[in-house]
Design a protein around this ligand. Structure first.
Ligand code: NDP
Length: 449
């Protein structure tokens, strides 16, 4: 993290490091935003007077709790639960829950910080938050996942509410987990409060196109970036990392728009299918059977699986990192650019390291950072809340159209803001500045709270 930032902002950043020791992902996310904000403080000196940056870097509330549960063998297991309520200037705290063994406070704080600006960019009335646990649902029975979720919600429910804090899914938290969490919330509160969680199943308050929204949205954003460059998506060779919720629906939309997706991955390795991925098979393996991506190659002999291999070495025109943070390094970015990659849209949160981001920006390729490109998920969650509030259910086409319009709007906001602040084509600056200004103005208006 070597880029020079304003002296005053450097001081603020050092304070954040000191106050949040060891939380390296949080430091990285904060620094990346601060690097964009120098000119904003010149244009809006009142943000400095109101100490907006210092306040934004200190979450409004951080909750850490014990989650005890019993496994199928009758053994007691203990995990740690988190909910970080970052900022509610624009609306109730909103952001997903991540269940993964790597989860600790620093990961949740980085995700919550990113979420705040992303939510602001959508233009919808939602604040920022994030939560999760170091529990790993992988390899657990449905009964174990249910007992864990019930224990998790037994503490968390007191902090939630449709006008207070509204969690959703993230890594390791899909419709199954949201179902168990919602069931326990309903039982404890004796309220069928649909709007308290998003990502629900279609039979019990969920919204059509929510499952698809993050992946589809990332491709809509990509398409907007390509339109600026007058380059069609059709015919492009694409690679997508991950094979979870975001990756699957990014692949689906890429294919619908004529892209040829030749590779995807999971944490074990990647599969490369030069003829184009068989998405129906991936859905069956991942969504239905909860298996590893390695099995793809046992079904299609033409494809090959590389255990622990580096997906980013596969030549492509377009890359979509859709797995996890810091999965794409400076070296990977250099390889991608050298191999002809001309557009990157991030479905995951902060998947590219700061060195990687610099490589993309220097090469002048179309680079859409996660807080803009993957905002379609949370935007459609806000649409789910809207439907819950009015006890309505929209059809798929209508919701997808709304999503496409929202992504177009986010792209335009980022694009115009980057131009306004003297860095045309830099979506990192565009997203950071546009998101920040929206939150900052609301905070000034609401007074010192
Ligand atoms: P899923 O749990 O559905 O899928 C995650 C995928 O990423 C899996 O294929 C998983 O492989 C892989 N993965 C996870 N951790 C690692 C790791 N450390 N190294 C390599 N691969 C890994 O999660 P989602 O698809 O929901 O989320 C993916 C990303 O998108 C995350 O960054 C999330 O924060 C972000 N995001 C998600 C949104 C949503 O609506 N779901 C909204 C906005 C952003 P394996 O199964 O082997 O672990």
């Amino acid at each position: 993290m070597s880029k020079i930032i304003d002296e005053k902002l450097e001081g603020l950043f050092q304070d954040v490091v000191k106050r949040n020791p060891g939380e390296v992902e949080f430091h990285q996310a904060v620094r990346e935003v601060l690097e964009s904000l120098g000119p904003v403080l010149v244009k809006y000196p009142e943000f400095g007077e109101h100490k907006i940056i210092e306040r934004i870097c200190e979450p409004e509330r951080q909750i850490i709790f014990r989650v005890p549960w019993q496994d199928d063998a009758g053994q007691v297991q203990i995990h740690r639960g988190f909910r970080v309520e970052v900022n509610s200037a624009l609306g109730p705290y909103k952001g997903g829950l991540r269940f993964h063994p790597s989860v600790y406070l620093g990961i949740i704080k980085f995700l919550g910080f990113e979420q705040l600006f992303k939510n602001a960019l959508t233009g919808m009335p939602i604040g920022g938050g994030k939560g999760g646990s170091d529990f790993d649902p992988k390899g657990k029975s449905d009964g174990e996942v249910m007992r864990f979720c019930q224990s998790f919600m037994t503490e968390l429910y007191r902090h939630l509410g449709e006008y207070t804090d509204v969690p959703a899914g993230d890594i390791g938290v899909g419709t199954r987990e949201i179902g168990y969490l919602f069931g326990q919330y309903k039982r404890i509160t004796n309220r069928y409060e649909s709007g308290v969680l998003t990502g629900k199943g279609l039979d019990w308050g969920g919204a059509r196109a929510r499952k698809e929204a993050t992946g589809y949205g990332a491709v809509f954003f990509l398409n907007e970036m390509l339109k600026v460059r007058r380059t069609p998506l059709a015919g492009k060779t694409c690679i997508v990392s991950g094979s979870g919720n975001v990756a699957i629906y990014a692949i689906e939309k890429l294919q619908q728009l004529g892209g040829k997706v030749v590779a995807c991955s999971d944490s074990g390795g990647f599969v490369h299918d030069k003829k184009g991925l068989d998405l129906a098979l991936i859905k069956q393996l991942k969504e239905v059977e909860r298996r590893r991506i390695s099995e793809y190659a046992t079904h299609h002999k033409r494809a090959h699986y590389v255990a622990k291999g580096n997906l980013w070495e596969i030549p492509c025109d377009v890359a979509l990192p859709c797995a996890t943070q810091n999965e794409l390094t400076g070296k990977d970015a250099t390889t991608l650019v050298k191999n002809g990659c001309r557009a990157v849209a991030e479905g995951a949160n902060m998947p590219t390291t700061p060195e990687g981001v610099r490589v993309f920006l220097k090469a002048g390729i179309a680079y859409g950072p996660g807080k803009a490109a993957n905002a379609g998920g949370v935007a459609t969650s806000a649409l789910e809340m809207q439907q819950n509030a009015s006890r309505d259910a929209w059809d798929f086409e209508f919701t997808e159209q709304k999503l496409a319009g929202i992504m177009k709007g986010i792209h335009q906001r980022c694009y115009e803001t980057a131009e306004e602040f003297g860095t045309p084509g830099n979506y990192v600056n565009g997203a950071n500045i546009a998101g920040f200004i929206k939150v900052a103005k609301a905070m000034v208006a609401l007074g010192l709270i």
